[in-house]
Ligand binder design. Structure first.
Ligand code: SF4
Length: 338
């Protein structure tokens, strides 16, 4: 389901372009479809044919993303298990300070070895209307001022839908362009398309290591692009749009937390418009990967920061709830199949 399909549906009910815009804006902001400024009645805005269709349209729009369950975390975040119209499920995460993380695919084809979502492979794309519907749903709970495309899926593998959603959120959705964060493992198509878009989002690049051989092991089906080349492409985009690249680095004990890696980061990031986000891996019992000790993480941040790399530790939101991305959905699927 794409945004274009919603517009066609509205036009079929007799909604003119101005009516369609009003209805979409109400939906995007988490309000009832017939609501207008200062709660003026629908009669003030819509012709009879549209008014007659509004209850049915309300139902159809709400069915794009329904809340299946909510899992609040101790850090102020909340994981939402969201059911799409065909019964598939994705996760959205309400983040502290008005952020929302949305999913762009059901499953994912990249297969990162440390990611639960990657284990299922790609099941289907999430349509642009379904991506935006996750924001509309979240706004029924809290204001949303920032949307990060870092939930389930690789946004670059669903580029048309994600860019459509970004466009609508950055215009009628009222979200600042640099508060829309496109996250990718580094698909070359991203660097061709994003600079041409009217709404240019910020970019987060999943780096995880400076070594090509290790990156191939950790992200087996990501584009085979050398980390140094990836950073150069990111730098060109950062300079073009005027906001820094966020480099994502899932911290895995004994794998990518060495001094050699830190020194390679220093060489790679010298003079770059970049922020490094260290994300300690959220280990479960019996897991093949572990997160480094807290002391080690602090040492790494100090080491990089004192040598000029802006470094932040980002814990995966709500990790006290169910671990990393995709685990809620995986558990719900198991329960459903019983
Ligand atoms: Fe896909 Fe992201 Fe998981 Fe990698 S970390 S498998 S890109 S969802």
């Amino acid at each position: 389901m794409r945004i274009h399909d919603l517009e066609t549906r509205l036009a079929a009910c007799g909604a003119q372009p101005c009516h369609r815009g009003r209805i979409l804006r109400a939906w995007l902001h988490g309000r009832a479809l017939h609501s207008g400024p200062r709660n003026r009645p629908a009669e003030d805005f819509f012709p009879l044919s549209v008014r007659a269709a509004l209850p049915q349209l309300d139902e159809e729009f709400a069915a794009l993303a329904r809340l299946r369950s909510e899992h609040p975390g101790a850090d102020g975040s909340a994981r939402l298990l969201v059911e799409l119209a065909d019964g598939q499920m994705v996760e959205s995460v309400l983040l502290p300070r008005g952020g929302l993380c949305v999913s762009t695919q059901v499953g994912c084809a990249v297969g990162c070895v440390f990611c639960m979502t990657g284990k299922s492979g790609l099941l289907r794309q999430v349509g642009s209307a379904e991506i935006v519907a996750q924001v509309a749903l979240a706004r029924r709970f809290r204001p949303v001022k920032k949307v990060v495309f870092m939930g389930m899926g690789e946004p670059a593998h669903n580029l048309d839908n994600v860019l459509e959603a970004i466009h609508l959120l950055g215009t009628d959705g009222g979200i600042g362009h640099k508060n829309l964060v496109f996250s990718t493992v580094g698909d070359p198509r991203v660097f061709e398309r994003l600079p041409r878009e009217r709404v240019k989002p910020a970019l987060a690049l999943s780096l995880h290591t400076t070594r090509s051989d290790l990156r191939r092991e950790l992200l087996p089906r990501a584009p085979q692009i050398d980390p140094a080349e990836l950073v150069e492409l990111g730098e060109a985009y950062a300079r073009a749009v005027g906001y820094p690249i966020q480099y994502q680095w899932t911290l895995l004990k004994g794998i990518n937390d060495s001094v050699e890696e830190m020194d390679a980061i220093l060489r790679l990031f010298r003079g770059k418009y970049a922020v490094l986000n260290l994300i300690p891996y959220n280990s479960l019992e019996g897991d093949a990967f572990q997160r480094p000790d807290g002391e080690r993480i602090v040492q790494m941040v100090r080491y990089l920061h004192s040598r000029g790399v802006l470094t932040k530790v980002r814990n995966s939101a709500g990790q006290d709830i169910d671990g990393g991305c995709g685990q809620l959905r995986a558990r719900a699927e198991v329960l459903r199949s019983r």
